[in-house]
Design a protein around this ligand. Structure first.
Ligand SMILES: N[C@@H](CCC[C@H](N)C(=O)O)C(=O)O
Length: 278
């Protein structure tokens, strides 16, 4: 099976072109090839497929084989993949995901390859039942929430996938391997959850680390950065254009507030191509 390893600010996936390859058991394949010792090494698997509703379809799997409905860093790489591999010559693209169609603007460099991608991520989802999070209010915006005996203030947002955002003082010092799973497997998140641990640096800059559902700590999470920007704007901590600083690099997010779509901009990088025995 031919594959391409790509990353968006360090959030790395193995990409397979399903116009040419048939993938029979993507859940197990994702577990095997994501392994950083015995596989290719990645945060999961992304299949690029035909779509009847959009230019392409993105089908993503986490490193534990679970299926994700949306992937912000992944969708930028899908845009780069289809353009660089000449599967399209369009620089405005639509990509279908399990959480709807997203629209991409590709920024092409002097070598004719995509370097940056801006994505219309749609409108953030705030209703508890749609995230989903079990809570006795319609929304969770800055609400007291205790996990493993520690009191946090939680904001919950879905960007097509569920996110829990908590503000802490020491993002660098956080023992995320201990804390992340406590959120991921908390029964108030019936579909598990991606958790962002965040510090607001000033009105235009936010630091975050992420514990991803199904993949653990990753260098970056695109939907997570969008959820953090949403939460921080709703809480009144930052302006409408904000840079999110993640372990693997920066993403810029703009959101004019409720009733508007949110935009994310960041890089997309090809690391290498190869053959994997299946
Ligand atoms: N890293 C991704 C999100 C991947 C899916 C997530 N772990 C989930 O299960 O919801 C991103 O860049 O958005």
């Amino acid at each position: 099976m031919k594959f391409t390893k790509m990353h968006g600010i360090g959030n790395d996936y193995v990409y397979v072109n399903c116009f040419k390859e048939e993938v029979k058991d993507p859940e197990n394949l994702s577990i095997k090839l994501s392994n950083r010792h015995t596989g290719i090494g990645s945060d999961g698997l992304i299949l690029i497929k035909p779509s009847t509703k959009a230019d392409f379809f993105m089908d993503m799997y986490n490193a534990d084989g679970s299926r994700g409905k949306m992937c912000g860093n992944g969708i930028r790489c899908v845009g780069k993949y289809v353009y660089d591999h000449k599967m399209t010559d369009k620089t405005s693209l639509s990509i279908e995901t399990l959480s709807g169609i997203k629209y991409l603007e590709l920024n092409v460099g002097e070598d004719g390859k995509v370097i940056l991608v801006k994505v219309n991520m749609g409108e953030p989802i705030l209703k508890t039942k749609d995230i989903p999070v079990v809570f006795d209010k319609e929304r969770v915006i800055n609400e007291p929430f205790t996990v493993d005996g520690i009191n946090y203030n939680l904001t919950a947002v879905s960007m097509g996938n569920p996110h829990a955002i908590v503000y802490i003082d020491d993002v660098d010092g956080l023992e995320i391997e201990k804390t992340g799973p406590k959120f991921e497997f908390d029964s108030r998140f019936p579909e598990r959850v991606n958790t962002e641990f965040v510090k607001v640096l000033d009105r235009k800059n936010i630091q975050m680390r992420v514990w991803e559902r199904g993949s653990g700590e990753t260098m970056a999470c695109g939907t997570g950065a969008c959820a953090v920007a949403t939460a921080s704007i709703l809480n009144g901590y930052v302006d409408n254009d904000v840079t999110i600083h993640l372990l693997g690099g920066d993403l810029t997010i703009s959101w004019e507030g409720e009733g508007n779509d949110l935009y994310m901009k960041g890089n997309a990088v090809t690391v290498f191509e190869g053959d994997y025995p299946v």
